[in-house]
Design a protein around this ligand. Structure first.
Ligand SMILES: [Zn+2]
Ligand SMILES: [Zn+2]
Length: 367
């Protein structure tokens, strides 16, 4: 079939929105008509050449739409179902899957992280060339074919705009708190970087009953949004005496849990400094592929700090996404408020520029 797709022909160049060919769903695959898609730093990094990828490819990995066709043997969804994309479709049989950690599924290294479908190939082409499916999703397009495990059915009464970021930024941020850190009620936390993921860390901490939620960012608008999402205090991260100020806001001891959603060498060192003795730092940010961090080891050991990496919310997306939708319907989780601006697919480069410029929480593409 024909579809419009935002194609990255060359890293560093703008995406080109043009006609592409998309093969129909085969066994275990589904065809989804896109309704909304979030524009994420994980799209920006390959577009700008900060993460190496083989081009040409169709970007986009967080989104929502309607199932239009299912391949042979598909049981989880039917045509007409509203779905959220999951860019980490688990195989279900490898050791991490059997250990209950599907986001670490071994198959992802051969599929999602190589921008292929689980079948091992691509169904997209344009100008006579095969196009890779970014993160096995490629949802900056009118239609996408993904693995059956790459979609999660959701109730039809939730607006697509609210669903757009659920399968990536929301799962990642809320999961970093509820699955990776698991803070006790009354805990004091600090969140470095309150963009799309950081705002969801803030609302995850609120859901967990944290007593102090200190948001740090270098930009004013995200800090204002963080207060709306439940931050009890905000600190301008490039200001003076940041560590002392955060310590003052966390009972004089430092934070029990610090979340680094930026993931740069500088923010990791800062995060470790903000954690109290015995405190935990959870890193979700993936700034650059070649980033190497260094931090003082002596206090790290002497103060028994813990450093934890957290990918895609450290949970089970197929279980967590429906739970998050329930929380939204109960008014306990903000979703639509994450959307700062909407764009047409043809405006995808404007959305990427706005994200690079640090504008607000999330731009989304609407169909
Ligand atoms: Zn994302
Ligand atoms: Zn697996």
């Amino acid at each position: 079939m024909n579809t419009n797709a935002a194609i990255l022909w060359e890293q560093g160049a703008p995406l080109s929105v043009e006609a592409a060919e998309l093969g129909g769903p085969r066994a275990g695959e589904v065809l989804v008509e896109l309704k909304a898609a979030g524009v994420c730093h994980s799209d920006l990094h390959p577009a700008r050449g900060e993460w190496p990828v083989r081009t040409p490819l169709v970007l986009g990995h967080e989104g929502a739409g309607v199932v239009r066709e299912v391949g042979e043997g598909v049981k989880n969804v039917r045509p007409g179902d509203h779905v959220v994309f999951c860019w980490a479709p688990p195989c279900g049989v490898c050791p991490p899957c059997r250990e209950g950690r599907p986001v670490l599924c071994d198959r992802l290294e051969r599929t999602t992280y190589r921008n292929r479908l689980p079948a091992g190939d691509t169904l997209l082409s344009a100008r006579g060339q095969r196009l890779a499916h970014y993160n096995g999703t490629a949802c900056f397009a009118d239609f996408a074919v993904v693995a059956e495990e790459g979609v999660i059915a959701v109730p039809e009464d939730v607006p697509f705009e609210a669903l757009a970021t659920l399968g990536c930024a929301v799962v990642t941020g809320v999961g970093a708190v509820l699955n990776a850190a698991r803070p006790e009620a009354g805990a004091k936390v600090a969140v470095i970087g309150v963009g799309g993921v950081g705002l969801n860390v803030v609302q995850g901490a609120r859901l967990a009953g944290c007593a102090a939620i200190v948001a740090l960012d270098t930009r004013n608008e995200p800090l204002r949004l963080a207060r709306e999402f439940g931050a009890t205090d905000t600190v301008e991260a490039s200001g003076e005496k940041v560590t002392e100020r955060v310590r003052g806001l966390t009972g004089g001891r430092g934070a029990d849990y610090v979340f680094d959603t930026v993931g740069s060498p500088a923010t990791l060192a800062q995060a470790l400094g903000l954690a109290r003795k015995g405190g935990t730092v959870v890193v979700t940010g993936l700034a650059r592929l070649d980033a190497l961090a260094s931090f003082p080891l002596f206090p790290f050991v002497m103060q028994e700090k813990r450093l934890v990496g957290s990918v895609y919310g450290s949970g089970r997306p197929s279980r967590d996404v429906p739970r998050l939708v329930e929380l939204y319907r109960e008014g306990k989780l903000k979703l639509a408020e994450l959307v700062t601006r909407t764009y047409q697919l043809e405006e995808v480069n404007d959305a990427l520029d706005a994200l690079a410029g640090g504008e607000g929480a999330r731009g989304i593409i609407r169909w």
